[in-house]
Design a protein around this ligand. Sequence first.
Ligand code: IMP
Ligand code: MG
Length: 482
Amino acid sequence: MEEPELSYSRAFKQITKSASSSLPLAKILNSVAKSVAKALRATGCSIMLLSPQKKHLDIVAAYGLSGMYLKKGVLDVNKSLHEVMEGKTIAIFNAKEDKRTQYPQAADMEGVSSILATPIFQSGEVAGQIRVYTREPRRYSHTEKDFISTVANIISVVLEKAELQQALEDRYRENMSKSRKLTEIPKLPPSSLRPSTFGHPSEEEFARLLDFYRIEWLYEPRSFPLQWQGDRVTEMFTPDFYLPELDLYIELTTLKQSLITEKNRKVRRLRELYPDINIKLLTKNDYLKLLAKYGYGSRGATKVRGIDRVLFSHTQIQRRVKALAKQISKDYAGKKLVLVGILKGVICFMSDIMQYISIPLDIDFMAISYYGNNGETTVKITKNLDINITGLDVLMVEDIVDTGMTLNYVLGHLASQGPSSLRVCTLLDKRVRRLVNVPLHYVGFEIPDEFVVGYGLDFHGEYRNLPFIGVLSPEFVDEAQK
Ligand code: IMP
Ligand code: MG
């Protein structure tokens, strides 16, 4: 047998050669996986990267493992060898029995006994991992662990290089097309590092649309056996996508009727065999409708015209609003709470937060208008409160605090009516633009100096009905002000 040193140096030669090549990222990583498996005389090797929301692992390259094993199911960072995500190199002696393996049964079927796993770092944080699998139970030496960590470091450099290249390409594309169409939805950085090899262009388009709306996705994470002959699986079905936030599998279809009929049959069979699994078969037209149903409305270009990017998705907003409501319910327990909002921008935030607050409360609204007078803009109250707030606990609910002028004026007005307490809860805080220092007790998100719309916020009376918060493209703002 070959000396270990010799097989390592052979592997490093091969790995650094493909790492410095101009091959696509997926090809480089596959070749690295192969070299690693050979050098360690292992059955297989896989390389995984964290999904953008950092909750799942995406297998981006593999060698020597069956399709069934690779698509055994969604890999949860907290359940699948979680210590690796804390930065540790770990060796599992018996995968079938170790509590750290998320799918012990799949390991058993694949004949995997031992697993060696090490983290891949990016900018000081764990961004993924590399795993080595063997059929025979095995204990790994320090030299073998060192070898795999060094390979992980080379992968970090490869990823960094890919990221830089993607940034350059994006900038080039941006310069080439001054006016962006919907089909050219800007890629978010994470997707450039997810070298999923899509089976069809429509799948890539769907993935980019999901990226744009910041909906997490995993490409083909699980194969479902549909038919068996004895122990052998004779028919399988692998849905294209899994959306963890919606707990939904998606299979996209082309327009060919014969294929749709066949897929319909498979989906029906899958539902019979796995009643807990949510799956949807979607035509392209369907998937635009589906996004609309989940509040990511995009029945066409019109709804997102002028939106540069989504800052907070519907799900992200709801999660944050719930957390604020929980804190408020706790802080005001046993008090007489009145929520006061200024029309109209606050309506979405107000209606959501009041439903998540668990203590009794009342709401009221004011309306104001701004008007110019000798070059000075003054703010005037056009609709006052209906309730008498004297002696009550008042919480001002605001959509966004920008310069702070509006809020400062309104707080002065409310304070003069002698409430028992007066505090402020704002969804968005554009702190860098602040001119008047107003105290904010509850803040949803701090945002940069950009014009945002959606979730109640408008631009010249438009965009209020978007269920997410997006940044209006600066060119669009300039254009409208001409
Ligand atoms: P302030 O008096 O400068 O703090 O302005 C607050 C008001 O300006 C908000 O209630 C909004 O109506 C409006 N506003 C400020 N920034 C934005 C934005 O980015 N999008 C939409 N409206 C905004
Ligand atoms: Mg407002």
